[in-house]
Design a protein around this ligand. Sequence first.
Ligand code: ANZ
Ligand code: ZN
Length: 801
Amino acid sequence: MKYEFARIEKKWQERWEKEKVFAASDKSGKKKFYGLVEFPYPSGEGLHVGHPRPYTAMDIIARKKRMLGLNVLFPIGFDAFGLPTENYAIKNKIHPAIVTKKNIARFTEQLKMLGYSFDWDRVIDTTDPSYYKWTQWIFLKLFERGLAYKASMPVNWCTSCKCVLANEEVVNGVCERCGAEVVRREKSQWMLKITEYAQRLIDDLDELDFIERVKIQQKNWIGRSTGAEVDFATTAGDKLRVYTTRPDTLFGATYMVISPEHEIIKKWSPLLQNLDEVTAYQEAAARKSDFERTEMAKDKTGVELRGVRAVNPVTGNEIPVFISDYVLATYGTGAIMAVPGHDTRDWEFARKFGLPIVEVVAGGDVEKEAFTDCETGVMVNSGFLNGLSVEDAKVKITEWLSDKGLGRQSVKYKLRDWVFSRQRYWGEPIPIVHCDKCGYVALPESELPLLLPEVENYETTDTGESPLAAMTDWLATTCPKCGGHAVRETDTMPQWAGSSWYFLRYADPHNDKALASREALDYWTPVDWYNGGMEHTTLHLLYSRFWHKFLFDIGVVPTSEPYMKRTSHGMILGEDGQKMSKSRGNVINPNDIVDEFGADTLRLYIMFIGDFEKAAPWSSNAVKGCKRFLDRVWNLSETRLEGGEGYSAAHERVVHRAIKKVSEDIENLKFNTAIATLMALVNDFYEKAPSRGDVKTLLALVSPFAPHIAEELWEIQGFKGMACQAQWPSYDESKTIEAERELAVQIGGKLKGTILVKSDAGDDVVLEAAKADEKIKKLIEGKEIIRTIVVKNKLINLIVK
Ligand code: ANZ
Ligand code: ZN
């Protein structure tokens, strides 16, 4: 019979679903395993070939854990609020809820087509009111504890989406989503105080099994630095406070720079002789993004605030104060002491404006460039700090400053509070009203979910307000506190809201009394293994760690961290090695592959494509190779073999070795070498016929990768139950070891013969065996062995004189 993948795949998908084979059991004495993948955004394009890589990987892991006897939770859902759906709805005049429904149905069908062992009874949809009720509930808790607040501040404004973006959503100065230019705008926004958790978000990484690059990226993003705040007196009377990581260089501070937005400028304006010039510069800076102001700015610009001067507290010198856009309003104190001798930006600025450059750490040539690599240097031109190391000077100057009340040690973070409101329709309404008398007031919990009202027009207004702002009926309400007139909040939550806690809902998805019962959370959380994209490291992954810590603090969840382990996969590129995109015409549609070769081939190929953690180009040829492998597995066992279920003597060692290798490779995400091992095993079986027991093990090992064909052959062979419910094969370490090995013997690096020794034999044993070999004995007769080099299990090289 032929390998009829289409029939077989449909047959087993239906049986798995009907018999609820992959339902996670809430009442189980077994040890649990919670494997998580990032739930998809159900776009109109359907599943693309990037999705199956992480999904198949975790499916393999989940299937293996089940076979190892664990109670596995492997859920899926849909992260369905957001712009693409809204934009589609606007263009086609269809309600986004209808678009979402349709897209989810298509995604579901595609995911089922790939045979994933998801628990389909636990599917969640972030746009379902029974789900977003709890997203709103968490927001209310944050508001209650002062961690959600409204503030007017300069925000990133995408000129095309007409929407505020979080810092994390601005990549290289453009909108992460649409690529349009991002400018600064002053707007009143809901903010979440993620900064309050900055230190814990760093510290707790230590206990987690996250891949190193994720930890590093999160730490860098949070950006902790230690330094000092220093107060400079000014001729205007007010003090100007700076933040510096190099207080030791204070003697070299020859001018100061404040950000164009600094509030002191307004206060000083009556004193300024060049106010027009200053104002013009402020306006120009406002139009630039942070990225343009820092990363891109090759040429330093700025304007001196003429009429005010500052005083360096250690030298007593009067120094000029500038505004320049290389100093950001949102970091430190928005003001710096400029040390051109040791900071490159300051050096460039000083050169351009003809300001003095003083060397305060010896070792460089500050006439040529800033000497920045000076952390191990010795202080010069620095009065009472002269002769000290940089390290000691930092301590001494900080003490000196605090004694005089001029400064103090300080820790700063690059992380900013999370801009949490969006002026869009398709998101969770923020459950807050504004009352003239009471200010911002939370809706009572009993009014949740606050449903998104029907609107006629989903488009953001040109003034940048949400379409909800045009819904006069919906807007007007009464204040829950005083009963007076109040107005609803019209902004909605960002796309990251629903995904910040979704993994908790899977534990208990139908609960209408709580986001999940404590009992279910105690059993299922934390997530044991979470695989997802590197692009989410400083977005979703950080946000959800923050929310989880908050929920831990208010006693809702049992642990302070949501995920024990985090791994990440590389991207799948087009056949041309470029990123897949419609415009390049190099997109592979998973449905086409499944139609032509079957889901098992697609799964196998996508795991065989290369190192899981690295990007890999698609190869149509290699897809065919994977199909051929499955054909060979089929042909080997499509008719029932004779005999029992024991291993044959002929294959015992290779079978044990294969079990060991595949078992370990799956845990280490080395799917490609696991598959190569299976291929080699099948080759062995073609050389020497396998027993029925050998085939049983092969099918069990194949089953997580290509589950449908494994089930069908399992059934044909008459093994008990289903392959996916079989016990994962175990191996005997001693049987994986080769009894003897052939080693090369070299003399002076030239091959002279071979010897047989026990596998993994020690160097002494190998040397004795080489010396005892007849041929070698003759060759070294009368010579002295001055050195021996043994490469374990490979060769021995004798150096003789
Ligand atoms: C004097 C100095 C001397 C500095 C020196 C550096 C080197 P990190 O390490 O990233 O925290 N800075 C402070 N606030 C700033 C702002 N709002 N915009 C732009 N730059 C700002 O950076 C801290 C250093 O960046 C601070 O230390 C300050 O320059 C600058 F040899 O002060 B330093
Ligand atoms: Zn009120």
